[in-house]
Write a protein that binds this ligand. Structure first.
Ligand code: SF4
Length: 376
């Protein structure tokens, strides 16, 4: 039997797809080069932006098209999906599963399919986002040969007001140090050059060491840096409020740790930051950057910003530009605010900035980043 996986969204979803592929390989499936050849098609979705959601859901007519062929492909979906969106697509697919169910009910149902037994995915699949993420134990089928994603934690407890992740991925859950180190050692043995540690917020990692003692992200990073071998370590994504002095020092000293930090600040104005529930001010962020630059003089910084958050005035937007100019980011990922049902911002604030104004602000940030990098 053959499978086909289509992945949308961030590196975390890409990494989850590697685990799905790993499980299917273990069950004896082979990868199909195109969906029409697959017995099992899995869509790993992202609902961070409404535009992406609309585009993706357009694809689900696909199932009826696929089933006109002899193959009778079964179509399943997983990923970051809001409850409302699940309702919209559930009739168009054979099943929806939470990624934390991958090694549990999903595996059981796939085995039934293999044995030609009746499967009842639709009725059985529950919303289990608060289950332990034991699916991360599955041996992944890595997509690349030199760079590997290693998830260290998943979920998020931060509830930024614009973000769906805490609702779609559930609460934070960290892997044990031993499990992570075993995966990394295996990758080093197989000549991987770069290990990318992944999590919605890597610096709120809370694991346990071999003696059951609590460890944080700085401890974990240090242990990986101390492994012998010729490799580099990078990590994604960090929340400014959890970037400790201890962590900055570990990054500065770790000879295998890349001196690149992606540190989303989202907005420069304190009132907007408060409405976003980011739990820091512009001053906190700039002080943190100063500390990082002092400890790691050759650091390369990148960030995410949102333009046109509800109520953002021109003056408040200028604060975002001010931060970008002061820090001198190498790269800025710019998002135009898009309201997502189910988030706090959707319930509390009116999306009162026009799309054309958001586009103008986007362009202004873009031009500024270009200017900074041409000068640097
Ligand atoms: S830190 Fe905020 S933006 Fe990042 S995943 Fe968590 S809630 Fe979303």
């Amino acid at each position: 039997m053959k499978y086909f996986i289509k992945t949308f969204g961030c590196q975390m979803n890409a990494s989850d797809s590697e685990r799905i592929a790993g499980l299917l390989k273990e069950l004896g499936f082979q990868e199909a080069s195109k969906i029409q050849e697959a017995d099992l098609a899995i869509f790993n979705l992202c609902s961070v932006r409404q535009t992406a959601v609309d585009r993706i859901y357009g694809q689900f007519n696909l199932k009826s098209n696929l089933n006109k062929s002899k193959k009778k492909t079964k179509v399943f979906i997983t990923g970051c999906i809001l409850e409302n969106d699940k309702k919209k697509i559930k009739e168009k697919v054979d099943g929806i599963f939470d990624i934390r169910e991958l090694d549990k009910s999903f595996k059981k149902e796939i085995i039934k399919i293999l044995k030609n037994e009746k499967n009842d995915f639709k009725t059985k699949l529950l919303n289990n986002r608060d289950l332990e993420a034991t699916y991360l134990k599955i041996r992944p089928k890595y997509k690349f040969k030199d760079q590997a994603f290693v998830p260290i934690m998943t979920g998020c407890d931060n509830f930024c007001s614009y973000c769906v992740v805490p609702y779609t991925r559930g609460r934070e859950w960290s892997r044990s140090k031993e499990e992570i180190l075993n995966e990394v050692k295996d990758l080093i043995k197989n000549s991987y050059q770069e290990i990318v540690l992944l999590g919605q917020n890597v610096n709120s990692y809370k694991g346990k060491d071999e003696n059951g003692k609590e460890i944080d992200f700085a401890d974990l990073l240090k242990s990986i840096n101390n492994l012998s071998g010729n490799f580099q370590i990078s990590f994604l994504t960090s929340h400014p409020k959890d970037m400790s002095d201890k962590l900055i020092k570990v990054i500065a000293k770790g000879e295998k740790i890349k001196k690149e930090i992606h540190l989303p600040f989202q907005a420069g104005d304190d009132e907007i930051l408060k409405k976003m529930n980011r739990k820091y001010t512009q001053k906190d962020y700039l002080n943190l950057i100063e500390k990082i630059k002092k400890e790691i003089p050759n650091v390369i910084l990148s960030t995410d910003v949102i333009v046109g958050f509800p109520g953002e005035t021109e003056k408040q937007f200028q604060e975002t530009l001010k931060v970008i100019e002061k820090v001198g980011f190498k790269e800025v990922f710019i998002n135009k605010y898009s309201p997502r049902k189910g988030t706090i911002a959707f319930k509390k604030y009116q999306d009162n900035i026009s799309w054309s104004e958001k586009k103008r602000r986007w362009k202004e940030v873009f031009d500024l980043v270009e200017k900074i990098n041409n000068v640097l």
